[in-house]
Design a protein around this ligand. Structure first.
Ligand code: ZN
Length: 456
């Protein structure tokens, strides 16, 4: 089949005694269909012009169809000349999947268009090749239609040696463009809409020309996934890291040589534990900062009032501690509601805000800045929401505390009423004693950052 060949292949074939059929419409499906229409034999065999077949290839195929009357198709496999290293595991996986699929479904997962044979009458019965896939995907479509009429065998020993020029490109390009876009998505798109997906698979015959004309193009295409990975990494860093200021100004500690630190308690009020924390702080005459959840303040109003009455600072820790708050609260409903609730119950309007889980988005940070909020995270954490043993909590805090630290502990756990905090409570006096002995004094976050504790 001569489908716009420019390298003299057709002439060579003709000289060797082959019947060469011309197909002017460029595209592999058109060529295959023209081949099918001019074929006269019982079995139609497909092969690529750049493949080398073994000597007994045709006789092996003929014998297979003679001995397997129920078979309508037979797919072999290929060895790729100069196969890139990254493609070798894929070849192997493909071989295994074909074998498994053949055992389970009576046909391989994919047929190799360059080493495939089918009964001519079966091909004609299913309507031939689908011209909606001029460049690719036609073999999958054909496989699915043919499989309805009979068995399609897979013989991993029926091997041809073929060119790996299609794979001699960047891995990501192959994976995203060929495998994902043109094959998987293309097939799905065709199944759903009956139309081929836009864009065609690159014509490998033009490859050398393209690379020579645009030496930077392939490098830029290689750079795209790298840039994407870096971008996603940077966004994830800004979102997850409590100390990341990628999306706006925040405080996770302060720079000082003075041995001062701030104790902060999150997710309260939560009884009886918040009251127990307050009792301990009272005993040591220490002022701390409580980042309260609006919903919990509404549930434990007396505790919220006591926090303020005893000289501690109330910070805002969202309305209901939703993990989605930083992402979805674009209309500032959460912030307004939690601020209003805290002010109504405790009589103070917080100046400090700590995002739930320390997660941040650019729009949330902009919103907080607009409302004059100071965003506070932490740099020392016991990671105590899951209540590790007291000794672990103590070690995590004491080991990492340095001058100017903001220490995170939990007197609550999101919006769970009565969430067990006993390990934190039990070890709090020891933490205070040890840090006192090391010469630390405890201040509130506004004192540490030298900002007003409340708005207005
Ligand atoms: Zn929290």
């Amino acid at each position: 089949m001569d489908n716009g060949s420019t390298d003299g292949t057709a002439e060579v074939a003709r000289r060797l005694g082959a019947i060469v059929v011309h197909c002017l419409e460029k595209g592999v499906a058109f060529a295959r269909q023209a081949g099918l229409e001019s074929a006269r034999g019982e079995i139609v065999v497909q092969c690529d012009a750049d493949s080398v077949v073994p000597r007994n290839w045709l006789s092996k195929i003929a014998r297979h169809f003679e001995t397997h009357a129920e078979d309508v198709g037979l797919s072999g496999d290929a060895k790729y000349r100069g196969e890139p290293l990254w493609h070798r595991p894929l070849s192997l996986i493909n071989r295994w999947l074909n074998q498994i699929s053949y055992w389970c479904l009576r046909h391989p997962m994919s047929i190799l268009a360059g080493n495939f044979a089918a009964r001519r009458e079966a091909l004609i019965a299913v309507g031939g090749y689908d011209l909606a896939f001029p460049q690719c995907g036609d073999e999958f479509d054909l496989l699915l239609r043919l499989a309805k009429t009979g068995r399609i065998s897979y013989d991993p020993h029926l091997m041809v040696e073929t060119s790996s020029r299609r794979f001699r490109r960047r891995f990501w390009q192959f994976l995203l463009a060929d495998t994902f876009y043109h094959t998987a998505l293309g097939l799905l798109f065709h199944r759903l809409t009956g139309k081929p997906i836009k864009g065609s698979r690159r014509d490998v015959r033009d490859e050398a020309l393209v690379v020579r004309t645009w030496p930077w193009a392939s490098r830029l295409r290689f750079a795209t996934p790298v840039v994407l990975v870096l971008l996603v990494g940077a966004l994830a860093y800004g979102f997850f890291m409590p100390s990341a200021e990628a999306f706006g100004k925040l405080y996770f500690a302060t720079k000082t040589h003075e041995k001062v630190v701030a104790l902060t308690f999150d997710d309260g009020p939560n009884e009886p534990y918040t009251s127990q924390v307050l009792d301990i702080l009272q005993q040591y005459d220490i002022k701390a900062t409580f980042f309260v959840v609006g919903k919990n303040v509404a549930y434990y109003p007396e505790t919220a009032k006591r926090i303020v009455a005893e000289g501690h600072v109330l910070g805002n820790h969202s309305w209901d501690h939703s993990a989605l708050q930083p992402i979805v609260d674009v209309r500032e409903v959460d912030l307004a509601k939690s601020q209003a609730t805290i002010e109504k119950i405790a009589g103070v309007r917080p100046h400090l805000f700590r995002p739930p889980f320390g997660h941040k988005t650019p729009w949330q940070m902009e919103q907080l800045e607009k409302h004059g909020m100071v965003v506070v995270t932490w740099n020392v954490s016991a990671n105590d929401p899951k209540q590790p043993p007291s000794s672990v909590i103590a070690e995590r805090i004491i080991k990492h505390t340095k001058p100017g630290a903001i220490i995170l502990l939990h007197d609550g756990n999101e919006t769970i009423h009565g969430a067990d905090r006993s390990n934190t409570i039990a070890v709090l006096p020891q933490i205070i004693d040890t840090l006192n002995k090391e010469g630390y004094t405890f201040v509130t976050v506004p004192e540490l950052l030298k900002v007003d504790p409340y708005l207005r």
